[in-house]
Every structure is written in structure tokens, then in C-alpha cells.
Design a protein around this ligand. Structure first.
Ligand SMILES: Nc1nc2c(c(=O)[nH]1)N[C@H]1C(S)=C(S)[C@@H](COP(=O)(O)OP(=O)(O)OC[C@H]3O[C@@H](n4cnc5c(=O)[nH]c(N)nc54)[C@H](O)[C@@H]3O)O[C@H]1N2
Ligand SMILES: Nc1nc2c(c(=O)[nH]1)N[C@H]1C(S)=C(S)[C@@H](COP(=O)(O)OP(=O)(O)OC[C@H]3O[C@@H](n4cnc5c(=O)[nH]c(N)nc54)[C@H](O)[C@@H]3O)O[C@H]1N2
Ligand code: SF4
Ligand SMILES: [Mo]
Length: 599
């Protein structure tokens, strides 16, 4: 018999999966799914079944039964101050059911994000709500601008929708798609805001703006034009690392045609991340790219838009990216690995050490699980019922339990056990919650679709009720280049031939899902920086230091290094700060130095 489920990993694609039951169940992609092509990625084909699971619960280093471990969890939650810090190791909706218990004990949850929060905030400033642009619409574009998204690695199932299009890539790294693109602007990191503003200014200068559309939907465009003119062309183009020729070429791909900007996480891992998205949206509005077939800006969409969340609770919330764990007696880490995935590992690990009861609820051993007093193995997404929404497309999948396992406990059963021990009332059945999510969806035959889905988003207008105008960006203040730490780097390098600090880029890896699955130990750098393949180096920032092995790569922009997000130690280098909007982590708001290590 063949059963259906969907991939629960935090990924744009949210693939539908077919499972052939039997002694050795076989999994494969669902060819009949609107965005699937029958193939799954290496994470599912290989790594997920190779990595050893945590099989037995532990309390104070000793293996115990699940019942004993859950008793210890319940005792820990009798302390005064408790926090639930949930990661995105499993992206399905039932992860959030533990909120219901936290509300009952007046515990704390987190707000903000490690991931897409800054960009999301920038989109809301312009459009009011962050709607999904369907792959079907992307397929109708003439030009697709892949802007800070490493599509072949993180979003492989979008590739068939890009076939035959003119492709422009904006990325400091010559990624696989950049190599095949019609144009690649290998810009300096953290300059996307400027690039978008410059392009908008040029569009106005050559009268290519869409006046008819803006008169109706974005009437403040004269002010926006004035705003773009406050930006000096020559100095800014030099800062971005492009010239007038590049700009001219780029305009060829934007002018008088259907354009989609496929924007990823890369542009917004900064304090000013929201401005990058707001500026890109403002450029799109100048070109009249909203509310039309084959046009738009696609970012990680708000997958819960239009849905009533049964796990929405009123709790105190602390910022996720800068959580002070030591303020709590009990911390439940669920589906995450903050000791490695959060910025500023030195600070985070010290804080976690000070927590009296650190509970790790997850699948795999990692730095967080090793530090925990109580370890609860979870069931993986094949072993429980759930619902998968997607930030990359509009389709919603029911996730069925397709494998049996003696290992672990589901989030529903974990919550139910705690409700029972504490004598709390009001937890409905698992089926009730699953149905609550599914019943809100639109349906096309058997296929569930997000209730907020619109074939052509923003056709009537902006905001939740589609009655608002588009709001252009009108301010940008950037302290980073004027801060002490930045000046210090420049001063130190004054007497040397060149600036010896590097931008630290930490994109995703094809072999991992953040810190799940294969880990790495490399730093990638352009050969002209003078290091040798295999050489061990110490990389340091003002936040910490860690050793990595050099891997030469001509595709990296000089002045930058790449350490993928699955690399042990990368977050010793990153800062505990929040983005100006969206309370997001700022993994790339840092410059680093490289020291050779004598061996
Ligand atoms: N330097 C740098 N760091 C980054 C980033 C970056 O770009 N640069 N990216 C950031 C981003 S975008 C994200 S989203 C975060 C992700 O960071 P986290 O949310 O901390 O995710 P992971 O590190 O992948 O850890 C996920 C854990 O979830 C557990 N897990 C998996 N499935 C289940 C389940 O069904 N139930 C339970 N209970 N547990 C489960 C696994 O054991 C795994 O250890 O990392 C961030 N970290
Ligand atoms: N295989 C795999 N797939 C994944 C994940 C994974 O870990 N592994 N993680 C999932 C998660 S949690 C997320 S959030 C998504 C994110 O997936 P993406 O949106 O693709 O984000 P990243 O991989 O972080 O970075 C994307 C690109 O941005 C570029 N970049 C870096 N800095 C800048 C900049 O300043 N400007 C511009 N224009 N580009 C820049 C990088 O070089 C990189 O090519 O992927 C998901 N999919
Ligand atoms: S990780 Fe992404 S591409 Fe791979 S199977 Fe899951 S949803 Fe599909
Ligand atoms: Mo993410």
C-alpha cells in the first residue's frame, strides 16, 4: 500500500512524499504534486536515515524510561520561571501545541526569529501583509532575478519553473545558478538596499516607471523619486561594487517586461535587513510589478496568513535571537539547537550552563543535547500526524503517520502527558487540531491550498483587506559603517596595504538542514587572498574565535568568506544583536580576521 505524507524539514519546497509500506518502507517524491517532480533531495534520500537518533531518554546523564523522564520534566516545570525555546527542526504545525501547556503554567515563549523576520518586517512596511507568490506565476515571468537565494541548494524544486526565463543573479557568491545566468552582479554583501534604490532611480530617470499602476496603487511615487535622488550615484555604485555598464545591462532585464524578484534570506541577515526588502519592494512597485500575471516579489511568505491558529496563546515573550536563558529556572528547547544555531555561541552556551533545568526535546545529539539535564527523544515527522504549510508555495499537505517506531514521543503526547500530570483541562484530541488546520484551507479536488492564496496577489490592493496603497521606503539610517567596531577595523588596517577584514557569509549547505545531518569544518575563500587548501586558520571577530580548514573557491567574492550554517563553531563569530525591525538575528553583521595557525 502507498501512503502519502510531506517533508517536515524547514525548506521552501515542502515536498509531498509517497511511502510504500513494507518491512523496509520506500520513500519517493510525488510526481503528481503541482510543485513536485517526483524527486526528493539528498537530505531525504540519504542523510535522514543515516544519522543516529537519540533513542533513550536521559535524566542527569542516566538513561531512564520515558515515564520517568516525563516525571522529571513535570517536576522541572513546577519551578517559578520557565521558557519554551522552539527551533524550526520540524516545520509542521503540531510543533506549536506545546504553547498550550506554557500558557497554563504562565511560562514564557519567544518572539522574533533566527531566520526571515527582518525581511518579513520590510515587506509588511510596504505591502501590509506578506503573501505568497505561486511558482505558477513565477513560471509566467520573462525575467527572474534571483536575489540572495541559493535556489539550487535551498529551493531545488523551483528550478523547473525557471526554465526558459532570462535569469539575473545578485549574490556575492557565484552560485550554481549564477554560473548559468544571463547576468550575475557579484555585489559587496549588505549593499542590496543601495542596489535597489539605484535601480529605481535609473528607472525614473529613463521614464520606464509604471505611472498608470502607481497612480492607482502607489500614489506617493514622486516622493520616492525624490528620496532616491538623495543617493549619490558614483560613490554608491563604487560601494556596491558595480559600474554604470552593469546597471545599464541590468535595466535591460527589468524594463517593459514581466519580472519576478526571487528574494532569499541572504539579503536580510543584517541589522538593516528590513530595509533591503522594503527597497526591493519599492523598486518592484516603481516597475508596477504587483497584482499582475507573471510579476512580483517572492520571499519566504507568511504560511499561516488567513488561518486561525489554535495554538496562539497569550504569554510573556522574549526575543528568540538574543534570549537570556539564565533568567529562567527551566528551559525547554524543542526542535532546535540554540547552543549552535543562535548567534554568539560563547554567550549562549554560558547562559545555557546557568539554567537549572535544561530540557532538550529533539531527534539528534548536538551541543544543546549534551548540555541538557533532561533529554527527551522526539518522534520524527514520518512517525506522527501533522499538517505542513509552506513559505515557498500555496499548497498544504496532511502529514500521515507512515512509520512505526518505539523511539520517542510526539509533541501532542508530550503536551498531553503534562496536562494530565498537572490536572489541566481543555486539551482537545490530536485529530481535532489537525482538522482545525485542514478545515480552514481552500480545496482543489483533493489538494489543500492556503486560505490566503490568491492566484495574482495584490491585484486589488495592499494590506489585509486589500484596500491600502503601497508604502514606499522613505528612510534609511545605517550606523554600522560608522560604529566603533567598524572604524577600529579600518584604523587597524590603515598602515597595511589593504583592509584585512572579511565579510562573513553563512549560507545553507546541501548536506544539512542547518545543524541537522552532515556537519562541516571549512571556510571557503578566494585563492587570491593567499591561503592554501587544507590550511588550518583561526577566524576571529569581536564576539569570539574558532578554527576552520581552508577550502579555496574562486566563486567567492574577494573580501568575503563563506562558512555554511552547518559548520561547527560558525556562531562563535556572530553577534547577539537584533535587526532594527522584525527582531531578527543578524548573522552577517560582522567582519572577521583570519590568523594562520602554526601546526
Ligand atoms: N551562522 C548562521 N547561523 C544560522 C543561520 C545562518 O544563516 N547563519 N540560519 C538560521 C536559520 S535561517 C534558522 S531557521 C536556524 C535554525 O536553527 P534551529 O531552529 O536551532 O534548527 P537546527 O539547528 O536545525 O536544529 C533542529 C533540531 O530539531 C530537532 N528536531 C527535528 N525534528 C524534530 C521533531 O519533529 N520534533 C522535535 N522535538 N525535534 C525535532 C533535531 O534534533 C535538531 O537538532 O538557524 C539559524 N542559524
Ligand atoms: N539544503 C538546505 N536547504 C535549506 C536549508 C538548509 O540548511 N539546507 N535551510 C532552510 C532554511 S532554514 C532557510 S531560512 C532557507 C534559506 O535559503 P536561502 O534563501 O537560499 O538563504 P541562504 O542559503 O542563507 O543564502 C542565500 C544566498 O544569499 C547570498 N548572500 C549572502 N549575503 C548576501 C548579501 O548581502 N546580498 C545578497 N544579494 N546575497 C547574499 C549567499 O551567498 C547565498 O547564495 O533555506 C532552507 N532550505
Ligand atoms: S528538504 Fe526540501 S527539497 Fe528536500 S525533500 Fe524536504 S522539502 Fe523537499
Ligand atoms: Mo531559516
Amino acid at each position: 500500500m502507498i501512503t502519502k505524507t510531506a517533508c517536515g524539514l524547514d525548506c521552501y519546497d515542502a515536498c509531498s512524499i509517497l511511502v510504500e509500506e513494507g518491512k523496509f518502507p520506500k520513500i519517493k517524491g510525488n510526481v503528481n504534486h503541482p510543485t513536485g517532480n517526483g524527486a526528493l533531495c539528498a537530505l531525504l534520500n540519504k542523510h535522514i536515515f543515516e544519522i543516529p537518533r537519540i533513542e533513550k531518554p536521559r535524566v542527569d546523564g542516566k538513561e531512564v524510561s520515558m515515564a520517568e523522564a516525563m516525571e522529571a520534566v513535570a517536576d522541572a516545570f513546577k519551578e517559578k520561571k520557565s521558557l519554551l525555546w522552539r527551533g524550526s527542526g520540524n516545520f509542521a504545525v503540531m510543533q506549536e501545541i506545546t504553547n498550550l501547556f506554557m500558557e497554563k503554567i504562565h511560562g514564557s515563549l519567544t518572539k522574533g526569529s533566527l531566520c526571515d523576520g527582518a525581511g518579513d518586517a520590510g515587506i509588511e512596511l510596504g505591502r501590509g501583509v506578506n503573501r505568497s507568490l505561486s511558482p505558477g506565476q513565477i513560471a509566467k515571468a520573462d525575467t527572474v532575478v534571483v536575489w540572495g537565494r541559493n535556489v539550487t541548494v535551498t529551493n531545488a524544486h523551483i528550478m523547473p519553473f525557471l526554465e526558459g526565463k532570462k535569469i539575473v543573479v545578485i549574490d556575492p557568491v557565484r552560485t550554481a545558478i549564477a554560473k548559468k545566468a544571463d547576468l550575475h552582479l557579484q555585489i559587496q554583501p549588505r549593499t542590496d538596499y543601495y542596489l535597489a534604490i539605484m535601480l529605481a532611480r535609473f528607472i525614473f530617470m529613463e521614464d520606464s516607471e509604471d505611472v498608470a499602476w502607481m497612480d492607482e496603487f502607489a500614489p506617493e511615487y514622486e516622493d520616492f523619486y525624490d528620496y532616491t535622488r538623495e543617493h549619490r550615484i558614483k560613490a554608491i555604485l563604487a560601494y556596491i561594487g558595480v559600474d554604470l555598464g552593469d546597471m545599464g545591462e541590468m535595466l535591460e532585464y527589468l524594463r517593459d517586461q514581466k519580472v519576478v524578484f526571487l528574494v532569499g534570506n541572504g539579503v536580510q541577515k543584517y541589522s538593516v535587513g528590513s530595509y533591503a526588502l522594503h527597497a526591493i519592494d519599492s523598486l518592484a512597485a516603481t516597475l508596477g510589478l504587483f497584482g499582475k500575471e507573471g510579476c512580483g516579489v517572492s520571499y519566504l511568505a507568511n504560511s499561516k496568513l488567513g488561518m486561525k491558529n489554535p495554538f496562539e496563546v497569550k504569554c510573556n515573550r522574549v526575543p528568540k535571537a538574543t534570549t537570556n536563558f539564565s533568567e529562567f529556572d527551566t528551559v525547554l528547547v524543542q526542535g532546535g539547537n540554540p547552543a549552535e544555531s543562535m548567534p554568539d555561541s560563547n554567550r549562549v552556551q554560558k547562559e545555557l550552563e546557568d539554567v537549572k533545568n535544561l530540557i532538550y526535546f529533539g531527534l539528534y545529539e548536538n551541543v544543546t543535547s549534551k548540555m541538557a539535564r533532561i533529554v527527551i527523544p522526539a518522534k520524527n515527522f514520518f512517525e506522527k500526524e501533522d499538517v505542513r504549510l509552506s513559505y515557498g508555495h500555496q499548497y498544504v499537505e496532511k502529514m500521515n503517520k507512515v512509520l512505526d517506531s518505539d523511539i520517542g514521543i510526539s509533541e501532542y503526547d508530550f503536551t498531553k502527558t503534562l496536562f494530565d500530570v498537572f490536572g489541566f483541562e481543555g486539551l482537545a484530541s490530536e485529530e481535532h487540531y489537525i482538522n482545525t488546520w485542514l478545515e480552514q484551507c481552500q480545496k482543489e479536488g483533493e489538494q489543500y491550498i492556503s486560505p490566503a492564496y490568491q492566484e495574482v496577489p495584490y491585484a486589488k490592493g495592499f494590506g489585509e483587506d486589500e484596500e491600502d496603497e503601497f508604502e514606499f521606503i522613505e528612510e534609511y539610517e545605517d550606523d554600522f559603517v560608522n560604529t566603533k567596531r567598524f572604524r577600529k577595523h579600518r584604523k587597524e588596517s590603515k598602515n597595511k596595504p589593504k583592509d584585512e577584514t572579511f565579510w562573513l557569509l553563512s549560507p545553507k549547505s546541501a548536506k544539512s538542514l542547518n545543524t541537522q545531518f552532515k556537519r562541516d569544518n571549512k571556510v571557503q575563500i578566494h585563492p587570491e587572498e593567499g591561503y592554501s587548501e587544507g590550511e588550518r586558520v583561526a577566524i576571529r571577530s569581536e564576539h569570539g574565535k574558532y578554527d576552520f580548514i581552508i577550502k579555496l573557491n574562486e566563486d567567492i567574492r574577494p573580501g568575503c568568506i563563506v562558512i555554511t550554517s552547518n559548520t561547527s563553531g560558525v556562531n562563535y563569530l556572530t553577534p547577539s544583536i537584533l535587526s532594527e525591525e522584525g527582531e531578527n538575528a543578524c548573522y552577517q553583521e560582522v567582519k572577521v580576521r583570519i590568523d594562520r595557525v602554526e601546526e
